[in-house]
Design a protein around this ligand. Structure first.
Ligand code: Y12
Ligand code: CO
Length: 171
């Protein structure tokens, strides 16, 4: 089912998400709803809190070199914890909860993450490149943080001005 994506400055987006305790049908329906919503919205990543469910659940499905979003590249990341991080990378990020705004954000270039899959199996995996950026972006959502909060003071001011103007224009 396609669900509504919460948009900044919705207060629910600031909530801290809680760990999943049961790897059951409720979780599987949530994962399906997140997938349907992400694909419908043309996104490559989504956190459960973005559809109003403050649980530590993230999905990421990057597009391949041909621009295809293949199911085999879908990551379902539950209760993630960053074990190691190093290096620095800067990328122009966007977010379905801040539609139409993109800006450069600095993040770790390499991360090692422990997480659970939909069946409750524990994994440890290292991520680099766009996947490392996406995992960190989505994990920030789980702490109630948006990428715009990582911008410099001046860039944040610029964003708030543009956002208010857009809202006034009804976009
Ligand atoms: C790198 C950086 C950030 C991420 C997090 C996941 N971000 C997204 O999936 C953002 C998608 C997005 C899609 C939009 O819709 C269209 O482009 C049609 C959009 O809407 C507008 O710009 C109007 C905004 C964001 C992963 C990896
Ligand atoms: Co986002």
């Amino acid at each position: 089912m396609i669900r509504e994506v919460l948009v900044y400055p919705n207060k629910l987006l600031r909530e801290t998400s809680k760990d999943v305790m049961h790897f059951d049908a409720y979780l599987h329906t949530l994962l399906q709803d997140m997938f349907d919503t992400m694909v419908h919205s043309e996104g490559i990543g989504l956190a459960a809190v973005q559809i109003g469910e403050p649980l530590n659940v993230v999905i990421i499905n990057l597009v391949d070199d041909e621009g295809c979003q293949k199911n085999e590249n879908l990551y379902e990341i539950i209760n993630p914890v960053i074990l190691e991080k190093d290096g620095v990378t800067i990328y122009q990020e966007g977010c379905l909860s801040v539609p139409g705004y993109y800006d450069e954000v600095e993040r770790a270039a390499h991360i090692k993450v422990a997480y659970f899959d939909r069946e409750g199996n524990r994994h440890e995996e290292e991520f680099t490149d766009l996947m490392a950026i996406a995992v960190q972006h989505e994990m920030d959502h789980l702490k109630g943080r948006l990428f715009i909060e990582k911008l410099s003071y001046l860039k944040r001011k610029k964003f708030e001005k543009e956002w208010k103007k857009k809202q006034k224009a009804g976009k």
